[in-house]
Design a protein around this ligand. Structure first.
Ligand SMILES: [Zn+2]
Length: 420
């Protein structure tokens, strides 16, 4: 790539001299647990396949889906100390390179957003070593570069580039740029509201269906990386002979099928979260050929229809019309976990804030249905139940299956599990 001498981004934050130590809690800190968990999952040696945890729906400052799926609690007592930074000349050049690539994505997306009458907010890129604290939790280098929607920052340990070259056999500066452009692609998805939609939808889908959605989101980020490359080249002539091949090679090297074959010797398509090598190459090429973000229509619309957006209408309708005894469906963020109501049949109670800003009390019958045991403030919960109006927003109950079959079955969904 012809990048030397180009503008460097002001949005690079260098945290390579920070060291994080996590106080051990009875369960053990996240840093202590991660290697164990990955080993348990059989991903030893290929943990980098989680190229971007952001895509798993880490959200709104929560540790979010992925880590809670793995059964990890966030250990918040991290201590950060500073050490003098030692870096090689090679690493120093890599920092310059990353800053130039980030700056180039800023130019590209600012222009593309402006053409659509939108404003591009530049993400920050955090350089770290070994471990870093983000709004999505504490992450170790082993999980690879990632984007955290909660703080809208891209995180990368430059050591990943050695792995890209040596372990994944994807050398070259353009391969390195592709990684950044892909993470920036997730930032674009966040600004466009796509990430939030995916997150909501995932909450209401089975794991297999949710994984399909995750693949579509990843492939779109690959396509956005291609869109960036198109503009970087057509406007600023960044590409040299062989660069495109480097990018395609990298896209292919980190396909789920390729990684699974390497790590476990067989392929399990249901568990794909990023797409096959062929898919990743295909979508990177699509973006690269068109330079048009609208060409990156990787999503199958069936996953979005009938979900969150429409459901909110029914509850808004019931609230505005002071209606009670109507079956409603929707989702919201937990703003308060209340104590159980043990008068008569027992109910787990919590308050949700809906996307409309309205609040809603959920009273979930735990004599008849399972309790949401890991519920915390900030979590996303989808519900289906009977609504009773009140000026404060109302209450939803009957979020369970009727043992006598005389009432419509309701449910709650939280972290990919259904409770009824
Ligand atoms: Zn990704």
């Amino acid at each position: 790539m012809r990048w030397r001498g180009n503008r460097k981004s002001r949005n690079v934050e260098d945290r390579r001299s920070s060291r994080i130590s996590v106080a051990r809690s009875p369960g053990g800190g996240l840093l202590n647990l991660l290697p164990v968990v990955f080993k348990f999952l059989g991903l030893k040696g290929t943990v980098v396949l989680v190229l971007c945890v952001g895509a798993y729906g880490l959200f709104t400052g929560n540790l979010g889906n992925m880590l809670s799926v793995l059964g990890i609690q966030q250990d918040t007592t991290a201590r950060i100390s500073e050490e003098p930074l030692r870096e090689t000349a090679e690493e120093k050049e890599l920092v310059d390179f990353v800053s130039v690539v980030l700056a180039d994505t800023e130019e590209t997306w600012t222009t593309l957003f402006r053409q659509k009458g939108k404003t591009y907010q530049e993400p920050r890129l955090v350089l770290f070593r070994d471990a870093v604290q983000s709004a999505c939790g504490i992450a170790q280098s082993a999980i690879g570069p990632f984007y955290c929607p909660g703080d809208q920052q891209v995180y990368i340990d430059l050591g990943f580039y050695d792995q890209l070259k040596n372990r994944f056999k994807a050398p070259g500066d353009f391969a390195q740029a592709y990684v950044i452009a892909h993470e920036v692609g997730h930032h674009v998805q966040t600004l466009l509201g796509t990430s939030r939609k995916v997150h909501s939808a995932r909450n209401q889908l089975s794991e297999t269906e949710g994984n399909k959605l995750s693949v579509q989101q990843e492939l779109q980020a690959d396509c956005f990386a291609g869109v960036w490359a198109y503009h970087a080249n057509s406007t600023r002539q960044l590409l040299e002979v062989g660069d495109v091949e480097e990018g395609l090679n990298a896209a292919s090297a980190i396909g789920d099928d390729t990684l699974q074959k390497q790590s476990q010797g067989y392929v399990r398509p249901d568990s794909f979260t990023h797409g096959t090598s062929a898919q990743r190459v295909k979508w990177f090429k699509t973006g690269l050929a068109s330079g048009d973000m609208d060409s990156c229509d990787t999503f199958n619309p069936k996953y979005f229809t009938g979900l969150a957006d429409q459901d909110h209408k029914s509850i808004a309708h019931a609230y505005e019309g002071h209606k009670s005894d109507v079956q409603v469906e929707g989702e919201g963020i937990v703003t308060k976990v209340l104590s159980d109501d043990n008068d008569g049949s027992r109910h787990q109670r919590f308050i949700l804030e809906l996307h409309s800003g309205k609040t809603l009390l959920i009273a979930h019958n735990i004599d008849l249905a399972r309790r949401l045991s890991t519920l915390r403030e900030g979590d996303l919960v989808a519900f289906n139940g009977e609504y009773e109006w009140s000026p404060q927003g109302g209450v939803v109950h009957w979020t369970h299956r009727d043992p006598n079959g005389r009432h419509v079955d309701g449910w709650l969904r939280h972290n990919g599990q259904t409770y009824q």
